[in-house]
Design a binder for this molecule. Structure first.
Ligand SMILES: NC(=O)c1ccc[n+]([C@@H]2O[C@H](COP(=O)([O-])OP(=O)(O)OC[C@H]3O[C@@H](n4cnc5c(N)ncnc54)[C@H](O)[C@@H]3O)[C@@H](O)[C@H]2O)c1
Length: 345
């Protein structure tokens, strides 16, 4: 018991990690900042200094968030740096949550968002290149997340491409929760659900390799649900359209669940993952996916690195789904790079 206490005391002295959250005045950040500041992401003994970036008109709101963070009296929070200057925001940071972007409104297609948002990620890539630690871990949440992550990495060429990821964890969590509800088990009893491809309605939520513990026995989800047709059609569609369903109901895009997913993603990357998790990562051509797109694969994380899970069977049905979402990502990439060049930012 004594030994444990000494170890905790030493950990507590460790250098704070600097973490930037962009879109700090927004609704996702409002939930996410609390999770980061109380130790959910970087560990219960790891102090943090939060950098909060938003645009100049939102600085008043950001000041309110700074006050609330202070009022939470969180022992791990060692400092807060509110700013509208990307060079200040990214200075010496260890981890970045790139949340700030224009959110999708009801009836708005993701493609409409692309032109509005790629410029933001070009500027932030350049600021990362100038200021951040070379080991920075970047998670892009702002949509279109996969393509924004690609754009950002292109403008930070001295930082490894593997350090830029996009969030599909919300889709994974949605799919996992849906299967758990259907089987009347806890989410913790469902593992290895995969999201392939883009964080969009072309994503492929795949439970062909997923397992569930039902009545104490571990079985495949397919065996447990006993309805492959449902898993291939209605289930896939439900997860693909879940974001739109939340917008229709809330008149705002997912926020609490998006923050939880961002926290899960960075935590697994930083501290290691127990099971497969899905992350948008730079494609190396695995599973016949074209290179140079940020594509969601099943990965395992350890030593602060992700590795794509290899050797999974891709049948004709899955091949079709992977190809559709890959095609969309290639189109997005071409449009995004054209916008970056035209805008001369
Ligand atoms: N990947 C996912 O699973 C997922 C899930 C939900 C939402 N999202 C996306 O996350 C993003 C944020 O959503 P939200 O609900 O928090 O939106 P929000 O509108 O509440 O907040 C966005 C914030 O970003 C700020 N911002 C805009 N441009 C900025 C810039 N250049 N630098 C810094 N900050 C900037 C805005 O001022 C605003 O405060 C949206 O793009 C949304 O579509 C992604």
């Amino acid at each position: 018991m004594k030994l444990v206490m000494i170890e905790l005391a030493i950990d507590f002295q460790s250098e704070p990690v600097r973490v930037v959250v962009t879109g700090a005045a927004g609704q996702i950040a409002y939930s996410l900042l609390y999770m980061v500041a109380k130790g959910d992401v970087f560990g219960p003994n790891q102090p943090v200094i939060l950098h909060l970036l938003d645009i100049p008109p939102m600085m008043g709101v950001v000041q309110g968030v700074v006050m609330e963070l202070s009022d939470c009296a969180l022992p791990l929070l060692r400092g807060v740096v509110p700013t509208a200057d990307p060079d200040v925001a990214f200075k010496d940071v260890d981890a970045a949550f790139l949340v700030g972007a224009m959110p999708r409104k009801e009836g708005m297609e993701r493609k409409d968002l692309l032109a509005a948002n790629v410029g933001i990620f070009k500027v932030q890539g350049q600021a990362i290149e100038r200021n951040a630690k070379r080991t920075i871990k970047v998670l892009v949440v702002g949509n279109p997340a996969n393509t924004n992550a690609l754009v950002c990495s292109k403008y930070a060429p001295s930082i490894p491409k593997e350090n830029f990821t996009a969030m599909t964890r919300l889709d994974q969590n949605r799919a996992t929760a849906h299967i758990a509800e259907r089987l009347n088990v806890s989410c913790a009893d469902v593992s290895n659900v995969i999201i392939w491809g883009n964080h969009s309605s072309t994503q492929f939520p795949d439970v062909r390799h997923a397992n569930a513990t039902v009545n104490g026995a571990k079985v495949s989800v397919s065996e447990a649900i006993k309805d492959d047709e449902y898993l291939k059609t209605q289930f896939v569609e439900k997860i693909q359209k879940r974001g739109a369903a939340v917008i229709a109901a809330r008149k705002l895009s997912s926020a609490m669940s998006a923050a939880k997913a961002a926290s899960d993603h960075m935590k697994d990357w930083w501290q290691g993952s127990a099971n497969w998790v899905s992350m948008g990562v730079i494609s190396d051509g695995s599973y016949g996916v074209p290179a140079d797109v940020v594509f969601s694969f099943p990965v395992i994380c350890s030593d602060k690195k992700w590795t794509i899970v290899q050797g999974l069977e891709i049948d004709e049905y899955a091949r079709g789904k992977l190809d559709i979402t890959a095609k969309e990502l290639i189109e997005e990439r071409e449009e995004a790079l054209a916008v970056c060049q035209d805008s001369n930012l």
